[in-house]
Design a protein around this ligand. Structure first.
Ligand SMILES: Cc1cc2nc3c(=O)[nH]c(=O)nc-3n(C[C@H](O)[C@H](O)[C@H](O)COP(=O)(O)OP(=O)(O)OC[C@H]3O[C@@H](n4cnc5c(N)ncnc54)[C@H](O)[C@@H]3O)c2cc1C
Length: 267
């Protein structure tokens, strides 16, 4: 059964065991629950005392108007990534420009994020606060009753505004790369929040000491590509079957058991 447009307000836990979820449409029973809430995962889990270090990092992309075919595929260097679209335009994304919004979770996780960020910065712009309603906004509710509206109902779609200077720069970079195109216009630009963990590697695991609770989050900018595989793997693991892969790299406990973090390939 798939229920759309229905927020999960929180987990139903009794005697330490997962019994289901409380949604805005009522209670759903389940002896296993997977939290795969993208940038919202930390907020939901922390409501129940489960802590993960997760940053929401904004990335802006754009679609050009249809132009001459200069490359019939995708490519990236250290400045720009682009991919040919079926409508004849290109989708452009900046390489290495991300915006980090500081909030309570970011501050709490700074001890874990500081080292990796110094070595390989996730962000190029740091803002002191997220817009209201975002998962790690300063004014965001961290505690809420499960019989009233939750933060996931107040902000149903996380849809940040694109970074306009980044849009202008991407167009200029693309035109510099392919001067034969002349002036290239944008037909649309948009942004999204990438949920990042300190080593830029997802958590795909059950939560220790919370029988029945699983987490699949922190895709760190690669969820379109790796999401389907993790979906299959999580389904197998939750059904008690072999994942078919060594999942040690994705274990939940690595942020709290003193392990040395090994960085993933990047956002
Ligand atoms: C601009 C941009 C470009 C990207 N480009 C690429 C790319 O080229 N390749 C790639 O592999 N990845 C890319 N990504 C990353 C990719 O989009 C994410 O990694 C992926 O969407 C994460 O999938 P997810 O299912 O973990 O989370 P999400 O896609 O965020 O899905 C989580 C869902 O859970 C819902 N949810 C959250 N909390 C609740 C709740 N309490 N109750 C009910 N529902 C809830 C949310 O509304 C959302 O629909 C890009 C991301 C951005 C922002």
């Amino acid at each position: 059964m798939l229920i759309e447009n229905c927020a999960v307000r929180g987990l139903d836990i009794s005697a330490g065991h997962i019994r289901g979820v409380i949604t805005e449409q009522g209670r759903l029973s389940a002896d296993q629950v997977l939290v795969a809430g993208g940038a919202w995962s930390s907020l939901l889990l922390r409501r129940h005392g489960v802590k993960i270090p997760q940053l929401s990092v904004k990335n802006t992309v754009l679609a050009t108007v249809p132009v001459e075919n200069v490359h019939n595929g995708g490519a990236a260097d250290h400045i720009l990534a682009f991919r040919r679209r079926q409508d004849g335009g290109y989708t452009l994304a900046p390489e290495g420009f991300h915006e980090v919004y500081i909030g309570p979770d970011a501050v709490r996780g700074m001890g874990k994020f500081f080292g990796p960020m110094m070595r390989s910065p996730f962000g190029r712009a740091y803002w002191p606060a997220s817009p209201a309603g975002f998962p790690d906004a300063w004014g965001q509710r961290r505690r809420w009753a499960l019989d009233g509206a939750s933060p996931f109902e107040s902000t149903r779609v996380l849809n940040p505004a694109p970074h306009i200077k980044s849009v202008t720069k991407m167009l200029a970079d693309f035109q510099e790369l392919f001067p034969q195109l002349g002036k290239v216009g944008a037909q649309a630009s948009w942004a999204g929040m990438i949920d990042v963990l300190p080593d830029v590697v997802p958590i795909v695991d059950k939560v220790p000491d919370r029988p029945g609770l699983w987490v699949g989050t922190g895709m760190s900018g690669h969820g379109f590509g790796i999401g389907p595989a993790f979906g299959r793997i999580l389904a197998d693991m939750m059904c008690g079957q072999d994942a078919g892969h060594d999942m040690t790299r994705f274990r939940f406990a690595r942020f709290g058991d003193g392990s040395k973090l090994v960085m993933g390939p990047g956002m």
